[in-house]
Structure formats: C-alpha cells, structure tokens
Design a protein around this ligand. Structure first.
Ligand code: FPP
Ligand code: K
Ligand code: ZN
Length: 407
C-alpha cells in the first residue's frame, strides 16, 4: 500500500492498459472480467481503425443524446422503463444530463414538470415516486435537485421547505441515521439524501444541528476495513455508498470523522487498468455509472485532505482514460449512454456517465478543463456534492437564505 505522501508526490502516469491476469486460476469472476476486456478491446480497436478515415469518431454524440433525452421526457407519464425507478428520478436524470450538454428546455415544459412534481409531494412533506405515493428520501432528493435545476420561483416554492423539515425529522433514527421512508430500511443513501436536501434548501443551523446530531459518527461507522463505505455498518464497501458517505461528511464539514487516506486509496484502486473506467467494488466489473460515484469521490476526498496536507493540483485518477472509456465504449449510436458494451441505454447511466465525464474535465483540483479529444466533447461543470450545476446550487442557497420563512 502506498503511503499518503507517495500518493500525493507520485509522478502521475497514465494507466498502462494492462489486462487482468488470473494467474492461471480461472473462476466465474475472472472469466467475466476477460469477456468484458474483450468487448472493450473491440471498441478501442474499432476506434484505432476508424480514426484515420473519421477523425470525429471519438466525439460525444451530443445531438443523439439530446434527442434521446427529449424522447424520454415526452414519454415520461406512461413510460414503463420509469415504473420501478420512480418519476422524480427520471426527471432529475433528464434535467441534469441536458444541463451538462448545455441544453435548456422551454419554460413551459419546465413549469409542467414543476406542476407534476407538486403532485408527487406527499401531505406529510417530502416527495413520493409518483402522485399519491408515500414520501421517500430518494425521490425527495431527486425532486429537490430537479426543482433547484429549474430554479424558478414556482420551482423553489414547490419544495415546501417547512413540510420537508417535518418529513426529514420523521425518518431520522435516534442515532442520527435515516430510514428511506417511515418504517423503512436504514442506509447511507438515506443519510445523503436527507443532508443534501437540507443543505441545498439552506436550512438554518438550529435545525441542522438537531436533525444531524450523531449523523457523522453513524456515517463514519459505515467505512469498512477496505477504506470505502458500505450501505450500513458491517456491509461491503461499494462505490455508490462510498459517494453517499463522503459527500455527506463533506456537506456536514465532518470529513475528519473518517479515515480519508484509506478512502482515497480504496477509490483510486477502483479505476480499471485495462478498461479505464471504474468498478464499484473489489473484483467486480467496470460500469460507466461509477465514473460519477467513484469519480466524484476522488476530488471530494482530495479536497478534504487539503489543509491537513499539501495542496494537490491535479486529480489523482487518470481523467483521460476514464473519458476514453465513456466516449468509446459507452455511447449508443442512437443516443443515450450505458454501463458497458452490449448493454441498453437508460437515463440513470446517461446521467451518471455524463456527470462523471464532467467531473473528470472540471475537477476542482485542476486549474483548467481537461477535455479528451475534440473540444466539442466539453461538458458544463457539475457540483460534486449535490450533482447539479454549480450555479444552480448558488441560486438555491441565495433564494432560501433570502426567504428564510419560505414555505
Ligand atoms: C450493486 O449493484 C449496487 C448497489 C449495492 C447500490 C449502489 C448504490 C448507489 C449507486 C448509490 C445510490 C445513491 C443515491 C443518492 C440513491 P450490482 O451488484 O448490480 O453492481 P456491481 O457489480 O457493480 O457492484
Ligand atoms: K453494476
Ligand atoms: Zn451502472
């Protein structure tokens, strides 16, 4: 294991595209890893072959992705793909993806979305997965983020901060952890969603200190011996939960409660040496969505180390290799992005692959954008802790501080 100083001072080298070595012990896991590398290799070979005749081959298919998002936006009310993931999530993934691509929908559409989200708001405060459903922390996070991206007076009002506070207290457990819904399961996603909503709507310190008493200690207890965070204490470290854990601690200004060095080392090891993208946990396969969950965790963790350590002027993962994986292996020719070659596109992977690329291009630690390939591949920045545009965060904080009695 590298020491922290070795990590910080190491001369940054590009990943070597080394293939996995099973050391002559073939297992299901090693065979799946081989198969994935072969399909990724085909994408990279096709690119090497094509780039002589078509230099645009490494381009981001902006138009196609925007078309895909627009089709999905129109399908929303009856789209079956959205049934199990819930409507506010689909709305958030579409709004965030199109913002990253620099596209703004008409005001009329946006107001329709606000009116729809108001129908998803529960009488208890918070939002459900659709009209008439019980409030749940995950769609509440998606709805609050969506409304802050929209950023109009009617969108901010639709959040109804007063009843949101009541909902957040209703899912808080005595130790500071959060249930996803009343009587529901406890995990660090719930904690992150609660903290993100409370901070983005600029709740006063008197509420925050009561709402999140003990929360940072509970989150820290989800960090495992590997260095990443599990969903709850004693569960396996996973990229999705790790993002929730460190983003929560950073939002609470309590990152010192966890072992930041072990966390940084765990996250850096999730970048795949051959594929260039990230895996979500040890010995699992690359998946485009971890470009955000793990990709954002790295600069967040680095930022928490600054102050206790020397300044870092670059992101410690290989930002080029990650963008290469998304551009060459994760774009569907007809629009939308994916987990890995052979998979179908969906809104979740479209949002988190693009968010990951944005993080790689505009990392807080870097002084200038690091866009791989054609300049048209450049995306707008995202706020690594909330995953909405940085100006949407600033606008929401300003609105809610000026409207401290805002409903
Ligand atoms: C494993 O799936 C996936 C999980 C254990 C959950 C991941 C959690 C997130 C993505 C975070 C969600 C965040 C919020 C804010 C709700 P898998 O076994 O199919 O994938 P794997 O093989 O890549 O681990
Ligand atoms: K996965
Ligand atoms: Zn995925």
């Amino acid at each position: 294991m590298l020491s922290l100083d070795e990590l910080l001072f190491r001369n940054f080298e590009d990943l070597k595209h080394f293939k996995f070595d099973d050391e002559k012990h073939s297992t299901i896991t090693s065979r799946e890893q081989r198969k994935t590398e072969e399909s990724v290799e085909k994408c990279y070979d096709r690119f090497n072959h094509v780039q002589f005749t078509n230099p645009g081959a490494s381009q981001l298919n902006r138009t196609q992705h925007l078309q895909y998002l627009e089709i999905m936006l129109h399908k929303l009310p009856w789209n079956y793909e959205c049934l199990d993931s819930s409507r506010p999530w689909c709305i958030y993934w579409i709004l965030q993806s199109s913002k990253l691509l620099g596209y703004n929908y008409d005001d009329k559409y946006l107001e329709d979305i606000v009116q729809f989200l108001i129908k998803c708001r529960a009488p208890t405060g918070g939002f459900g997965g659709g009209p008439g459903q019980y409030a749940h922390l995950a769609p509440t996070y998606a709805a609050v983020n969506s409304l802050c991206i929209i950023g109009t007076e009617s969108a901010y009002r639709a959040i109804d901060r007063e009843s949101l506070v009541r909902f957040l207290f209703s899912v808080r457990d005595v130790d500071g952890s959060f249930r996803l819904h009343v009587d529901g399961e406890i995990d660090v996603r719930g904690t992150y969603c609660a903290i993100s909503c409370a901070k983005l709507t600029n709740m006063p310190e008197s509420i925050l200190s009561e709402l999140f008493r003990g929360t940072a200690d509970w989150i820290a207890s989800c960090q495992t011996y590997e260095g990443g965070f599990g969903g709850a204490p004693d569960l396996e470290a996973h990229g999705g939960y790790t993002f929730c854990g460190i983003a929560s601690l950073a939002l609470l200004n309590e990152a010192d409660k966890c072992d930041k060095k072990a966390l940084l080392q765990w996250t850096l090891r999730r970048q795949m040496s051959y594929e260039g993208g990230f895996q979500g946990r040890t010995n699992k396969l690359v998946d485009g969505c971890y470009s955000f969950w793990v990709g954002a965790t790295i600069p967040i963790t680095q930022a928490t180390l600054i102050g206790s350590s020397r300044d870092m002027d670059q992101t410690l993962f290989d930002v080029g290799a990650m963008q290469e994986y998304i551009l060459l292996c994760c774009q569907k020719p007809n629009g939308g992005l994916i987990d890995k070659p052979g998979k179908p596109q969906d809104l979740y992977h479209t949002c988190y692959t693009l968010s990951g690329v944005s993080i790689a291009q505009h990392s807080e630690c870097a002084h200038q954008p690091q866009v791989l390939g054609d300049p048209v591949n450049s995306l707008l920045p995202t706020h690594p802790l909330f995953n909405i545009p940085p100006n949407s965060v600033a606008d929401a904080l300003r609105y809610f501080s000026n409207n401290s009695n805002a409903k």
